[in-house]
Ligand binder design. Structure first.
Ligand SMILES: Nc1ncnc2c1ncn2[C@@H]1O[C@H](COP(=O)(O)OP(=O)(O)O)[C@@H](O)[C@H]1O
Ligand SMILES: [Mg+2]
Length: 649
């Protein structure tokens, strides 16, 4: 046999198809496709076939598939979820039968899934609910909050973007189909929306729904008229912002909530049933929690099932989520709570057997699984991580003679388990090509979901020296290529990108192969333009590749590159993310950069206020004032005035 390289793929969620976003740089969201992932029961065959195929191509890769895994030990939870789904579909049928039904009895179901990191909350909803929802003709859409970027309403907005895109895609399909019959849903929905409400406002709050809403959006960036084109960029933006109608806090919140509830009402009345899944609510902004509460309480929205997942150990009693859950309980909202715990040994045995493509009755597999269970306490993510570290340390190897994995029980038994899963992953990443590691560093700053083009754009505009300065010293020695160490001379918010490019050595093909390596190693899922870290812990590990002292300046640098290179439309959609990144490096900015930072924070603050996300708006206004500092009133009077007055509002 040959020199086989093993590529461990893990964490891929079957049946969830990340729809590529039109313009966000980083967010996580998905809508399930009807082609649900098949259970992977033919792993051994897959391994051999893959090996043989790669032999022929002489790339010699064997893939141990830890993707498309079945859910083990969650039968009761799946049963409960399926019951909820049946209720949802049935309710719609009843509503359809009763023509004058005013949905008075409709209670929007709320399911909350909690557990610690890696217990399988996301997998349970995606596989246990998402796949089945599409099978029975319901629509499943999801969005996920990010640990590092605090963009208001982000997960909700992403879920709505995907829902809207799903509807418009269906609409396209119907247009092409001669047997489509009747008007497409998208047209019906659009007509109703256009007739009934303030589309302008919805477009601002949910920019990803623009196509469904059916009218052109106005941009906060870039001049839109000849008169505006004549004035400098800043004044154009600020004057445009000034022209936007602003409302007081409470009025604004109710207007936004009302518009979104009405939109959902229209959408849900045309679909069989909608499941809206918001993942990682422990990182939610307050505005989203308030909005979700309003939606749950709205009896006029038909056939909507809202599902949330959160890390229970990160939601103490004083957490806003805990407060909102208590509040809803007091309002007699019936919440189905699902607690997802660790797996028992009986379930870890088939999990390990499936990962190895071996029989769960095999005594060797059983004893390995028992050891792994003891060491990981049955947390499925840790089980997979443990398998990876066994592989990395060559304690488990594929024997092509015997056509199965082999290991030494004693060696596995004596392996010390590191509590820190991230360090296992960092270790794994340190073996990747250096270019791939650099791209992972960049991607980790862009969020749980990121656009390929955004990573490549940053890579093209950041010098190799800057990259090396930002990488953890230990990673440089591991990847071991010659390095010119030196301090980065590039200014954080430098607009002179031409200098930055001089010594970068990437090419489009090397970026593409790094993205392939992300995917091949099971670190990210790639769907056309959109990529997603397979787990938050993988994103955290990628972030760990950045030297701790350089993290803020590195993120600021990425923000400045995005600010200069994103097209205006995309910049507007990604405004919060870009400003969050820029703010990381505020302390090292020059006066000129601080002026720009203040203006960006003003825009972000106003946009957040328009989304009724006042908690986040306050943070941006404050960051803007701090950026201007004491010279604010003398330096940029009007921006300072706006930052103060809007902040006060
Ligand atoms: N019951 C299970 N059986 C098999 N694999 C599971 C199970 N639960 C989770 N996994 C796998 O473990 C990994 C972590 O699960 P995930 O749902 O992302 O965790 P969480 O959202 O709780 O952090 C994923 O690869 C997932 O497919
Ligand atoms: Mg999760």
């Amino acid at each position: 046999y040959y020199d086989y390289r093993l590529s461990v793929r893990l964490l891929q969620l079957p049946g969830s198809m990340s729809m590529s976003g039109t313009n966000t740089t980083h967010r996580s969201s998905s809508i399930s496709s009807s082609s649900a992932g098949e259970s992977s029961t033919q792993h051994l065959a897959e391994i051999v076939v893959t090996a043989a195929q790669h032999n022929q191509k002489s790339s010699n890769i064997v893939q141990l598939r830890i993707s498309n895994m079945q859910l083990h030990g969650r039968d009761d939870d799946i049963k409960l979820l399926r019951g909820k789904l049946r209720e949802l579909a049935k309710k719609k049928d009843v509503d359809a039968a009763e023509e004058n039904n005013k949905h008075e009895d409709t209670i929007n179901n709320l399911i909350l899934v909690s557990g610690t990191c890696g217990t399988g909350k996301s997998a349970l909803i995606q596989k246990g609910l998402g796949n089945d929802a599409t099978k029975i003709g319901c629509t499943f859409t999801s969005g996920k909050f990010d640990a590092k970027l605090k963009c208001p309403l982000s997960a909700f907005s992403d879920a709505m973007t995907n829902l809207a895109r799903y509807i418009t895609v269906e609409h396209e399909k119907k247009k092409k189909s001669p047997s489509g019959g009747g008007l497409p849903i998208a047209t019906l929905i659009r007509d109703q929306i256009q007739n009934e409400f303030d589309v302008e406002q919805l477009r601002r709050v949910l920019p990803g729904c623009a196509e469904l809403l059916g009218a052109r959006r106005s941009s906060l960036f870039g001049p839109s008229s000849e008169a505006e084109a004549a004035v400098p960029h800043r004044s154009a933006s600020v004057s445009k912002l000034d022209s936007l109608k602003r409302h007081s806090g409470k009025e604004s919140i109710s207007r936004v909530h009302y518009a979104i509830r009405r939109l959902l009402k229209v959408i849900c009345s045309y679909l069989k049933g909608v499941v809206l899944f918001i993942d990682d609510l422990q990182w939610s902004d307050i505005a989203t929690l308030e909005l979700l509460k309003c939606i749950v309480l709205d009896r006029e929205i038909p056939s909507l099932l809202i599902v949330g997942a959160y890390r229970e150990d990160e939601v103490p009693d004083h957490h806003p989520l805990a407060y909102h859950i208590r509040d809803m309980e007091q309002m007699n909202v019936s919440i189905s709570q699902i607690k997802v715990g660790n797996l028992g040994v009986d379930n870890v045995i088939p999990l390990v057997a499936e990962a190895l493509g071996m029989d769960d009755n095999d005594n060797k597999v059983k004893s390995l699984a028992e050891t792994i269970h003891r060491k990981t306490e049955g947390n499925p993510f840790f089980v997979l991580m443990f398998l990876i570290s066994l592989y990395d340390e060559k304690l488990i190897q594929y024997n092509f003679g015997a056509m199965k994995w082999t290991w030494d029980d004693d060696a596995v038994n004596s392996k010390i388990v590191t509590e820190n899963v991230v360090s296992v992953l960092v270790n794994k990443m340190s073996r990747l090509q250096e270019e791939t590691q650099r791209m992972l560093m960049v991607a980790s700053c862009l969020g749980a979901t990121f656009r390929k083009s955004a990573v490549v754009e940053v890579m093209k505009n950041i010098s190799r020296v800057e990259m090396r300065d930002s990488m953890r010293a230990s990673m440089i020695s591991v990847s071991g290529t010659a390095a010119t160490m030196g301090s980065s001379s590039a200014s954080l918010l430098s607009s002179d990108l031409s200098n930055a490019c001089t010594d970068q050595d990437g090419s489009d093909s090397s970026y593409a192969s790094s993205i392939e390596e992300f995917e091949g190693e099971g670190l990210c899922e790639v769907d056309n333009e959109e990529c997603r870290f397979m787990h938050d812990q993988i994103q955290s590990a990628a972030f760990e590749l950045i030297s701790p002292e350089q993290r803020d300046s590195f993120r600021g640098r990425i923000g400045s590159i995005l600010l200069r290179t994103l097209p205006p439309e995309e910049l507007e959609t990604s405004l919060f993310e870009v400003v969050d990144l820029l703010n990381c490096a505020a302390s090292n900015a020059t006066d000129e950069e601080r002026d720009e930072l203040a203006r960006m924070n003003l825009k972000a603050g106003i946009k957040a206020s328009e989304n009724a996300a006042f908690d986040t708006a306050k943070v941006y206004f404050k960051a803007g004032r701090e950026a201007l500092g004491s010279r604010g009133w003398e330096g940029d009077y009007s921006t300072m005035l706006d930052l103060c007055s809007d902040g006060a509002n």
